[in-house]
Ligand binder design. Structure first.
Ligand SMILES: [Fe+2]
Length: 520
C-alpha cells in the first residue's frame, strides 16, 4: 500500500512517542477492504476492521483520537493524522497489559505532541516559504542593483549582458541561461549578441534546437515548460523558460535551461521545475536587457561623436603649428599627474587632462604670421596671440559636454600675482584647473624643443618653476609638478638621469578612456 511520505513520518513519530508500533490506514481504503477481503494489516494488528472503521468515523467527526477495548486486556487506538489531500488518514495500533487510563493518557499526550510537531513544521514551512520569497526578492533587488552598477561600470568598458545573465542564472537557479538571436539580426543595432552562461554541457546549438522544436511564445508572453509528460524535445532538458526579446518584432529569445535542485531546502521546496515567479523575472530581464542594449548602442555612438570632435579639435591645433607637435597632449598628461598628486578625484583629473588637450584650441583663430613667427613678437602681435584663451573659450562654450574644460582654456595664462591674461585674476580666484594647466604648459614648453631654441634640462626647468612660485605659478601645483618630475626620473646604468615616459601603461591618458570616466 502507498503512504504519502508525511503520513509515514507522522506514524513513525507516534510510534516513537507511544513506545509501540502503529500503522497508517486510509479511510477509503479501509472501507473498500471491509466490503471485500480483510486487510492483512488489520489481521496482523489483531484488530477488527469493522470496529476500526467505526473508530475512524468517530475520529473524523470529533477530530480526536479514539480508544476501544479488544479481548485479552488489549486496548486499540486510532489517531487522526494530518494530510492536505482529500484522503483521511489514521494511525492505528494496540497496547497490551496496560490499564485503559494509562493508554488513554499515553495516546492523549502523543496525539497532542504529534499535533504540536505538525504545527511547528507547518510554521517552519511558512517561514521557509517567506524566507525563499524574501531571498528571491532580495536577489532580484541585488540583481537590479548589480545591473545598474554594471551599467555605470560599462561606461568604463565593461560588458554587461554576460554578467547580467550569470547573475540572473544564479537567482532563478538554472543550469544555463542564454540569449539566442535570429541569425540575420544586426547585432550592432541592438547592442546584444547570442551568448550562453552556465553549465558547459549546454551550448547555443542546444538552445537553437530547442527553439526550433517548441511552439514559441509571442511578444509579451512567457513560456514555462516543465517536463512532466516527457514533452520537451531534448533528452537532457527537464524544464525551461522561453521569453521573446524585441520590440516591435522579436529579434530572438532569452532561455533558461533546467532548474537546479536546491540543496538545503526542505522537501516541498526541493523541486526541479520553474515557477511563475521565475518566468516573471525572466520576462523583466528580457525587457531590461533589451533597453540596456539600445542604450549601449546610443552610448557608443555618442562616445564616437564626442571623441571624433575632440580629436579633430586637438589635431587642428597641432596642424597649425608643427613645431608644437604633441604639446597639447603632453600638457594634458602632465596636468593629470599634477592633479593626481594634489589628491583630486579621478573625474577631476580626467577633466583637467581633457582641458589640457584643448587648452590652446583658440590658436586656431590666430593668424599664421603671428602664430608661426620664429622671432620675438611685437606689442601688437603679443596682443593678438593673447586673445587665444578667449577665442578657445568661445569655441568650446558651444559644446555642452565640454563645458567643464572652459576654466582651464580661459585662464591658463593667468598668473597668481595678478599680471596674467586675459582677466588678470589673482591667487585662488584663478580656478585650480587653470593654475595646474599654467604649470604643466610652462613645464612642457621648457622641456620640449622649439624652432628658436633647444629643450632645457629637467633641473633647469625645476629651478625656473621654483623661482616663479607665488608670482607666476601656484605653489601647490608647482610642488606637485616637481614631485611628478622626480617620479619620472630614471637613473641609467652610467649614472646619468633620463626621463621615463610619463605613463607606461598609457590607458588613463587615452582620450577615449577620459571620455568614459567623464561619461561624455
Ligand atoms: Fe596657451
Amino acid at each position: 500500500m502507498y503512504f504519502p511520505e508525511s503520513i509515514q513520518q507522522q506514524c513513525d513519530d507516534l510510534t516513537h512517542l507511544l513506545g509501540t508500533e502503529c500503522f497508517p490506514f486510509s479511510y477509503s481504503e479501509s472501507r473498500k477492504n471491509l466490503s471485500g477481503s480483510s486487510d492483512c494489516q488489520f489481521v496482523s494488528l489483531n484488530v477488527d476492521p469493522a470496529q476500526a472503521l467505526a473508530a475512524m468515523e468517530r475520529c473524523k467527526k470529533q477530530n480526536k483520537f479514539q480508544l476501544w477495548d479488544v479481548l485479552d486486556g488489549t486496548v486499540s487506538y486510532v489517531i487522526p493524522l494530518v494530510h492536505r489531500e482529500e484522503e483521511d488518514w489514521f494511525a492505528i495500533g494496540t497496547m497490551r497489559d496496560l490499564p485503559r487510563s494509562v493508554v488513554q493518557k499515553l495516546v492523549s499526550t502523543s496525539f497532542a505532541a504529534s499535533r504540536r510537531q505538525i504545527l511547528i513544521e507547518s510554521q517552519d514551512q511558512i517561514l521557509l516559504d517567506a524566507e525563499l520569497e524574501l531571498s528571491q526578492s532580495n536577489s532580484e533587488r541585488q540583481w537590479l542593483r548589480q545591473l545598474n552598477l554594471q551599467r555605470i561600470d560599462r561606461k568604463r568598458g565593461a560588458h554587461l549582458p554576460k554578467q547580467a545573465l550569470e547573475t540572473l542564472r544564479n537567482i532563478i537557479d538554472a543550469e544555463a541561461i542564454a540569449i539566442s538571436l535570429y541569425q540575420d539580426i544586426d547585432v550592432g543595432r541592438h547592442g546584444l549578441e547570442s551568448m550562453i552562461s552556465g553549465k558547459a554541457t549546454w551550448s547555443l546549438d542546444d538552445v537553437r534546437l530547442l527553439l526550433q522544436r517548441i511552439s514559441k511564445p509571442g511578444l509579451g508572453d512567457t513560456a514555462i515548460l516543465n517536463n512532466r509528460d516527457n514533452s520537451l524535445p531534448l533528452a537532457q532538458l527537464k524544464s525551461c523558460i522561453v521569453v521573446p526579446l524585441g520590440v516591435p518584432e522579436p529579434i530572438g529569445y532569452i532561455v533558461a535551461l533546467n532548474r537546479r535542485r536546491q540543496a538545503g531546502m526542505s522537501k516541498p521546496m526541493n523541486f526541479t521545475e520553474f515557477n511563475h515567479r521565475d518566468g516573471q523575472l525572466m520576462h523583466d530581464a528580457a525587457g531590461y536587457l533589451l533597453v540596456d542594449g539600445h542604450s549601449n548602442v546610443l552610448f557608443q555612438e555618442s562616445e564616437k561623436l564626442v571623441l571624433g570632435m575632440l580629436r579633430t579639435m586637438s589635431n587642428a591645433i597641432e596642424a597649425r603649428d608643427p613645431y608644437t607637435f604633441g604639446h597639447s597632449e603632453r600638457v594634458g598628461r602632465v596636468a593629470y599627474e599634477i592633479a593626481a598628486r594634489l589628491a583630486l578625484s579621478e573625474v577631476a583629473c580626467q577633466e583637467i587632462y581633457v582641458s589640457g588637450v584643448l587648452h590652446d584650441i583658440g590658436k586656431i583663430g590666430i593668424p599664421d604670421h603671428v602664430l608661426l613667427k620664429a622671432g620675438k613678437l611685437d606689442a601688437d602681435e603679443l596682443r593678438i596671440i593673447q586673445q587665444h584663451p578667449e577665442i578657445g573659450h568661445k569655441i568650446l562654450e558651444e559644446f555642452d559636454k565640454l563645458k567643464f574644460a572652459l576654466p582651464g582654456v580661459l585662464y591658463h595664462h593667468e598668473r597668481v600675482d595678478g599680471t596674467g591674461y586675459p582677466h588678470r585674476l589673482k591667487g585662488d580666484s584663478i580656478p585650480l584647473m587653470a593654475r595646474i594647466l599654467a604649470v604643466s604648459d610652462a613645464y612642457d614648453a621648457m622641456t620640449s624643443s622649439r624652432v628658436y631654441r633647444n629643450a632645457m634640462g629637467q633641473e633647469r626647468a625645476i629651478e625656473i618653476l621654483q623661482n616663479g612660485l607665488g608670482t607666476q605659478w601656484d605653489e601647490g601645483a608647482v610642488m606637485a609638478c616637481i614631485n611628478f618630475i622626480g617620479d619620472t626620473q630614471l637613473v641609467t646604468a652610467n649614472g646619468t638621469t633620463e626621463s621615463s615616459p610619463p605613463d607606461a601603461n598609457g590607458e588613463r591618458w587615452q582620450l577615449s578612456h577620459a571620455l568614459r570616466v567623464l561619461q561624455l
